[in-house]
Write a protein that binds this ligand. Structure first.
Ligand SMILES: Nc1ncnc2c1ncn2[C@@H]1O[C@H](COP(=O)(O)OP(=O)(O)OP(=O)(O)O)[C@@H](O)[C@H]1O
Length: 556
């Protein structure tokens, strides 16, 4: 079984950049062999376990022998070295290759109890501890070792389950100042490695939030390793910062990244990671041209370079969303290299996902009378409570106010479909003594960030907004989401609802609708496989006005 053995090689040679790059160059061939190898282990395309793709936790190693010094297969140094017969490595280096026997693995760390189990570098774990991150979430337990093992992935897990750290941690294990090996500013020779990771997000708010998450883990003194490149901000200043700070990681919106790349100010051909956060949104028509440029250029050798495999992908592609329609699966198959679908409790090759069994919510695959699938349920945090209240259009804001009082909600996000109506709702709430503020894309960058800050600080109780805030916005304390207008489909419902109940917290979602719209709520209920209970508000209390229907969920 030569292919299986080759994927278990550990190289004893130093971890030079050239070696890493060369290893990366050989990815497509090696990943191909590893998938072949997996199909032998899992002949019926059953869910893969981390162990079946070559991971072992420290705990497991420790259980066998306290003197066992073999690191988990997921640890960054081995990952970079365990690529079998690397392309472009000279014979001398090949001779110092040693085979480490495959460890017997009893279980996979899908619910790891600590970050060290995931094979992250010590320095990174220290930083996580300082910031209060001690236990990985389920999706982090599954995704971190998989990404460290250099696999292209789609990470799908419900809103607020910690998907950002799920890709941020393996990236910081390999690039930037906290990586496993090397000095702060570059490779072993102090040479700057250029941009090594590009993270793309569909909105400025989300882009800036991802930057803050990186900065939190990097710490004050190393935060210049990441730079934001979002639209709406001063482009010249961003260009100057790129030159001065020489960041290893950039996070931005498609337009600004594509613009800077086209102008030659952002060089990403040598980039090792391309992350598409909220990938289903990035696939939308609006971003088509910019995404095309990004996918064609980031981590791909220029055709002008005679020594390169022009256009050949060396980058590792990481796609992320709570909702993964089949269009994303199709796109991932063509952009990625044998991608895996990583969910909280299972990892499967994307090849095994079919349109009839969607990964999660899919417009096309959920007919009107769709029976809810387990996958659909997986887009929403389990602890959320869903209600709807029927009223006339002119009374909607009053119902909103009564709901806030009844639930004593402190951080409320109210969604509407049209920007022009936001101001009116803010005005009505303020007139009734409730502090509110509007947030939408027509506001300037500064106004948007000031507004968000006010909401996060608790200076205002209600954020009245549109679809702009539905994706990714992370306000941990948000305890109530209200749909003042119906979302256009179940995907939009899921992302709006996901602004509350983050990371296991409780949260309530209320949809306020008119009588003729009730059938839409019932349709959402079926598609999402959740109870959405009819309610009313009276004497400062929430009253359930309908027997909760039992919603059957297929547990396939
Ligand atoms: N292991 C952890 N321990 C404690 N807090 C965590 C952990 N992982 C993530 N968090 C925090 O949980 C919050 C939600 O994480 P994140 O925004 O990454 O969720 P998400 O799954 O990407 O949500 P969405 O789908 O809405 O974008 C963040 O504030 C993050 O800092």
């Amino acid at each position: 079984m030569p292919t299986l053995i080759s994927t278990r090689f550990l190289l004893l040679v130093g971890e030079s950049l050239h070696l890493r790059r060369a290893l990366a160059t050989s990815r497509s061939v090696l990943l191909h062999t590893s998938v072949k190898c997996m199909s032998q282990v899992e002949p019926n395309h059953a869910s893969l376990t981390l162990s079946s793709i070559g991971f072992q936790t420290k705990t497991e190693a420790g259980n066998r022998s306290t003197s066992n010094k073999v690191k988990p297969f997921g640890s960054p140094s081995e990952n970079l070295k365990s690529k079998g017969k690397p392309f472009g490595i000279n014979e001398k280096k090949k001779k110092v290759v040693r085979v480490v026997e495959k460890q017997q693995i009893e279980f996979a760390p899908f619910a790891a109890k600590s970050f060290p189990e995931l094979g992250l570098p010590h320095v990174l774990i220290e930083r996580l501890e300082k910031e209060g991150f001690t236990v990985p979430t389920e999706v982090q337990s599954a995704a971190v070792p998989t990404i460290l093992n250099n696999r292209d992935v789609i990470i799908q897990s419900y809103t607020g389950s910690g998907k950002t750290l799920a890709y941020l941690l393996p990236i910081l294990s390999v690039v930037g100042p906290l990586r496993g090996k090397g000095d702060d500013d570059g490779d072993e020779n102090g040479k700057n490695l250029g941009i090594e990771a590009v993270i793309v997000a569909p909105s400025r708010e989300l882009g800036m939030q991802i930057v803050r998450e990186f900065e939190k883990v990097l710490g004050m003194d190393k935060k210049r390793a990441v730079q934001q490149l979002v639209g709406g901000a001063n482009r010249t200043r961003q260009e100057e910062a790129l030159k001065k700070n020489k960041p290893a990681i950039v996070v931005g919106t498609p337009g600004r990244i594509a613009e800077l790349s086209a102008s030659g100010k952002l060089r990403t051909h040598g980039c090792r990671y391309l992350v598409l956060d909220e990938v289903d949104e990035l696939l939308s028509f609006n971003f088509r041209e910019d995404m095309h440029r990004i996918l064609e250029h980031v981590g791909r050798k220029s055709s002008a370079d005679p020594n390169s495999n022009a256009g050949k992908s060396e980058r590792q592609l990481i796609m992320v969303s709570a909702t993964v329609p089949f269009s994303v699966v199709r796109a991932a198959r063509s952009w990625g290299c044998d991608p895996l679908l990583v969910q909280a409790k299972k990892i499967v090759p994307l090849e095994t996902v079919s349109p009839s069994e969607p990964v999660s919510l899919s417009r096309s695959s959920l007919p009107n009378s769709a029976v809810p699938s387990q996958a659909a349920v997986e887009s929403l945090p389990p602890a959320l409570k869903h209600y709807y209240c029927v009223t006339r259009l002119q009374h909607k804001v009053d119902v909103l106010r009564r709901c806030i009082h009844a639930l004593d909600a402190k951080f409320v996000i109210a969604f509407m479909n049209h920007t022009k109506q936001l101001k009116d709702v803010v005005f009505k709430l303020e007139a009734r003594g409730m502090k509110a503020v509007e947030l939408h894309g027509d506001l300037g960058k500064l106004a948007r960030s000031t507004t968000l800050k006010k909401f996060k600080n608790g200076e205002v109780r209600v954020l009245v907004t549109n679809e702009l805030s539905a994706r990714g916005l992370d306000v941990a304390e948000c305890d109530l989401v209200v749909n003042l207008d119906l979302p256009t489909d179940s995907i939009h419902y899921a992302h709006r609802a996901g602004r509350t109940g983050r990371l296991g917290r409780n949260g309530t979602v209320l949809t306020i609708c008119e009588e003729p719209e009730v059938f839409v709520v019932k349709k959402l209920k079926k598609q999402l496989g959740i109870p959405i209970t009819s309610c009313d508000f009276s004497e400062g209390k929430l009253l359930v006005t309908e027997e909760e229907e039992t919603v059957s969920t297929s547990s396939s």
